[in-house]
Design a protein around this ligand. Structure first.
Ligand code: URP
Ligand code: ZN
Ligand code: ZN
Ligand code: ZN
Length: 459
């Protein structure tokens, strides 16, 4: 593998910005310093540009069977879109069915991931609980490099776990030094409201949002925090969307709990007026939790700024409007939940976070790369620009405007929930494991080049 020298760039870490050259050899960062006196096979001049650690998206659903459909991006197209947007590693969710062996599902996901162009890890969803599940969780942690598990507190009669199962899971995580992540929405409240609205003839996409009120997220977040507190384990709230769960997070942390929070660009940038779009276009925004009324996003931005929310992932889970979302034209409950975002995350956070003065560029690096690497056990191999780390880097061009559109994105899906969104700044060069993967918007990725990254938790 060739060597690479990046000169004159401004390196951004969560703590500072420094002007140093970066020398890369055999896929790793081999030297860092001012005016490095080395020769390389290729020299990239990053003057006037930032150099960021490659983005890490710890919340993706590629090639995932869900609600009778399969998410539209597979590991190849999904990780290629990620690379185009400056995300060089992902952690994807394995979702076994109720009653299915975790290890059997793991084998299926290993095979799906063979075409990944970016490095990847797995989280294991636990959709039921038993002695067998506990034994298989131990194998995941000790032999397979999978120390994080997701519980769904929503999706009743499908993949939801009840409180008794959740307690089992939390206790098991204590034995294994694993992290429990949860989808916080009270599935009983949602099921009740879905039935009521549908019986009243309310079938359009906007009733998806009305059947999943923010108080159902708040209740479920508080329940998880309370159970984790009683059992004495850390916990992680995935895809937080509202003020209620943010309050629970802030309060639990103030009481000394080890609780982490994640949100996604859609909850930071959109409001529930998207569900009023005509011609069933609101279905593109049907995801869980739903897009919230105006006001919630400001709570989330505030919590990011204060370091209370540590991670911005995407929950990338695309379904085409044609042929997939359409299945719920007469019943919002049948619209497959999820949307695309893996390619857009950094541009959106830079434009609507950094450029708008809501966060600093250092905070952007923290929430998109360094914090996820630390929380999920990939640091300092990933998420840091230090000697010995994987050479996963983004040379970020801070100016230049663009527009997000389904016509031009690499996501393999027919809509974008950020259609028409103006962006400032873009990845000029994306490097993963020392290889240039994308330059000036042109992808040069290799299917199967992505490696599985085994993880072990340290925080
Ligand atoms: O609507 C969503 N979020 N779909 C993906 C599954 C999940 O709950 O994360
Ligand atoms: Zn700076
Ligand atoms: Zn979820
Ligand atoms: Zn998800």
């Amino acid at each position: 593998m060739g060597s690479l020298l990046i000169k004159n760039g401004e390196i951004v870490s969560p703590l500072d910005c420094t002007f140093q050259d970066i020398y890369i050899e055999d896929g790793k960062i081999a030297a860092l310093g001012k005016d490095l006196d080395v020769s390389a096979d290729r020299v990239l001049d990053a003057a006037g540009q930032y150099v960021l650690p490659g983005g890490i998206d710890v919340h993706t659903h590629l090639d995932m069977p869900f609600m009778g459909e399969v998410s539209a991006d597979d590991f190849e197209s999904g990780t290629a879109a990620a690379m185009a947007g400056g995300t060089t590693s992902i952690i994807d969710y394995i979702v076994p069915g109720k009653g299915q062996s975790l290890l059997e599902a793991l084998a299926t996901w290993k095979s799906k991931a063979k075409t990944a162009v970016a490095d990847y890890g797995f989280h294991m969803a636990v959709t039921w609980y038993s002695d067998q599940v506990a034994r298989e969780m131990a194998v995941c942690v000790r032999e397979e490099g999978i120390p994080s598990f997701k519980a769904f507190l929503a999706y009743k009669d499908a993949i939801m776990v009840n409180d008794e199962e959740l307690v089992g899971l939390l206790k098991c995580s204590r034995e294994l030094n694993a992290l429990i992540m949860a989808h916080c929405e009270n599935g009983e409240i949602v099921a009740e409201l879905q039935e009521k609205l549908f019986a009243e003839g309310k079938v359009e996409p906007k009733y998806h949002a009305l059947s999943r009120p923010s108080y159902a997220e708040g209740e479920s977040a508080f329940r998880l925090a309370s159970l984790a507190r009683a059992i004495g384990v850390p916990a992680y709230f995935v895809h937080m969307s509202c003020a209620e769960s943010t309050r629970v997070l802030v309060e639990a942390r103030a009481q000394g709990m080890d609780i982490y929070g994640e949100t996604c660009p859609q909850y930071l940038l959109l409001d529930d007026s998207v569900y009023d779009k005509p011609d069933f276009l609101g279905a593109a925004y049907v995801m869980s939790p739903p897009i919230r009324p105006k006001g919630h996003a400001e709570s989330l931005w505030g919590a990011i700024r204060a370091g209370q929310i540590q991670v911005v992932g995407t929950d990338h889970c695309p379904f085409n409007l044609k042929g997939q979302k359409e299945l719920g034209r007469d019943d919002f409950r049948k619209i497959p939940n999820g949307a695309a975002g893996i390619e857009d995350r950094l541009k959106l956070l830079y434009t609507y976070g950094v450029m708008k003065g809501r966060i600093t560029i250092n905070q952007m690096v923290a929430i998109t790369s360094t914090n996820p690497a630390k929380i999920f056990g990939m640091y300092p191999q990933k998420g840091s620009i230090t000697v010995g780390a994987d050479a996963d880097l983004v040379i970020w061009q801070p100016d230049g405007e663009g527009t997000i559109s389904a016509m031009t994105h690499y996501h393999r899906v027919d809509t974008s929930i950020f259609e028409g969104y103006r962006t400032v700044g873009a990845p000029a060069v994306v490097i993963a494991n020392g290889r240039v993967q994308c330059e000036d918007g042109k992808l040069m990725v290799e299917p199967g080049a992505g490696r599985f990254i085994p993880r072990k938790l340290t925080v």
